[in-house]
Design a protein around this ligand. Structure first.
Ligand code: SF4
Length: 413
């Protein structure tokens, strides 16, 4: 098969994996080497539905011995199959990098013969790029489900980031759609990655020459909407993974229907807005001090699609508002719909110097939303509406500063 035909098949097969964003890696170009990785992340181009496109994002192969019913590459699928050789991927990466098409490689794979055989070949790609070509660009390797700990320890020496996909939010979901997979197996891989990172950090405290291990950390992907599992269960699983495995990111990927699919699968994808609301919730929990039980209490197990999760929480907790921007603690300002971390920092800085008035806040879309929940030195007109019967209509009519996908990634919630 021609190389370009393989590329067509294996790049298309890789598009379902959303966990390809990179961040947190700094590597300077070496004398005689090629490429570098910058700290602010190197793959920040996204397709309109949020998938990252600036890495060479391919599968080693779409042959797979597993039969996960939500996956287009499952063994029973009738798709055209292909497999790259190690050298083909190395040459493609170098060629695309030199032409400035890409900033790195995201390499995943079906499980061809065995998990270990597949992982071994993926490691060879990364090793060859790093050692033979002195490639300093970004490399993200997928940890193949069920591969040995020894191979994960090897992969981390060459990859910037490793990821093991949890796939579905609960074991019961896996039992229905991918009975050969288990959360335990994936979390064992995650744990090996975590241990590798911790050991490397400890060794590098003693010697800067000690090898780096997956310096961009680890991430995972969870498919949303392939089963009836609610948003509360999804966020509980994500939170437990952040806590137990030290993940950098959980990526939520809306289920994409596939041809000849299992009758257990829904015929249509969930609304993309659900994916977006999950990212916003993830951000609120990790960075804004919210608890899952506040955003997704037992009485509201799914996120509201027509309101961002912070607004939905504020509407259920109106007794906590309005807050006075001149005296409220930072934690409470962060809970005001429309106020993001940057704006809160600006408010805290300004109020040390003088009393803040509404006019000082400007007239941006976030102020139009936040003004219903705050009072300033000169104005609390909008906040008076909080207890009125048409408040919910008024506030949802206010322009939302956070309707695009990127705001969830940048924290404007
Ligand atoms: S193991 Fe991965 S590639 Fe294979 S069928 Fe399952 S999800 Fe698809």
């Amino acid at each position: 098969m021609e190389l370009k035909d393989k590329l067509t098949i294996l790049a298309d097969a890789a598009k379902y994996d959303a966990s390809c964003a990179s961040s947190g890696v700094k590597r300077k170009a070496q004398a005689g080497g090629i490429g570098n990785a910058q700290g602010s992340g190197i793959c920040h181009s996204y397709t309109p539905d949020g998938r990252c496109i600036s890495l060479l994002k391919i599968l080693l192969t779409n042959f797979c011995v597993y039969d996960c019913s939500y996956c287009v590459n499952r063994v029973s699928s009738q798709v055209k199959r292909a497999k790259f050789t190690v050298d083909e991927i190395v040459d493609l990466t170098m060629d695309f990098y030199k032409r400035n098409y890409i900033e790195g490689l995201f390499l995943s794979s079906g499980v061809a013969k065995s998990a270990d055989d597949t992982m071994e070949e993926m490691i060879q790609v990364a090793k060859k790029l790093r050692l033979e070509h002195r490639f300093g660009g970004y490399i993200h390797l997928k940890a193949v489900a069920g591969c040995s700990e020894a191979l994960i320890k090897k992969a981390g020496l060459y990859a910037d980031r490793l990821s093991a996909n949890i796939e579905l939010p609960t074991q019961a979901d896996l039992d229905t759609l991918a009975p050969a997979k288990s959360h335990l197996e994936t979390e064992t891989s995650m744990n090996s990655i975590k241990q590798g990172i911790l050991e490397s950090e400890a060794e590098r405290k003693n010697s800067r020459r000690a090898p780096l291990f997956a310096p961009g950390g680890q991430s995972t992907q969870m498919i949303v909407g392939a089963t009836a599992t609610n948003d509360r269960a999804i966020m509980l699983k994500a939170s437990s993974l952040y806590e137990s495995q030290g993940l950098r990111r959980v990526y939520y990927s809306a289920f994409s229907p596939i041809p000849d699919s299992d009758p257990h699968l829904p015929p249509s994808p969930p609304p993309l807005m659900r994916e977006h609301r999950l990212y916003q919730t993830d951000w609120l929990i990790r960075l804004y001090g919210f608890e899952i039980n506040e955003i997704l209490p037992d009485t509201h197990e799914n996120l509201e699609l027509d309101k961002d999760p912070k607004l939905a929480w504020a509407l259920r907790n109106r007794h906590l508002f309005p807050v006075d921007v001149n005296t409220a603690p930072k934690e409470m300002l962060l809970r005001v719909p429309g106020l993001g971390e940057t704006m809160v920092q600006r408010i805290l800085g300004s109020r040390r110097l003088r009393k803040i008035r509404m006019i000082d806040l400007g007239a941006s879309s976030w102020v139009k939303k936040a003004r219903f929940f705050i009072t300033t030195a000169d104005d609390h007109q909008a906040a008076r509406l909080i207890d009125s019967s048409h408040f919910e209509v008024k506030i949802t009519e206010a322009p939302s500063p956070q309707l695009d996908f990127f705001s969830a990634l940048t924290g404007q919630v």
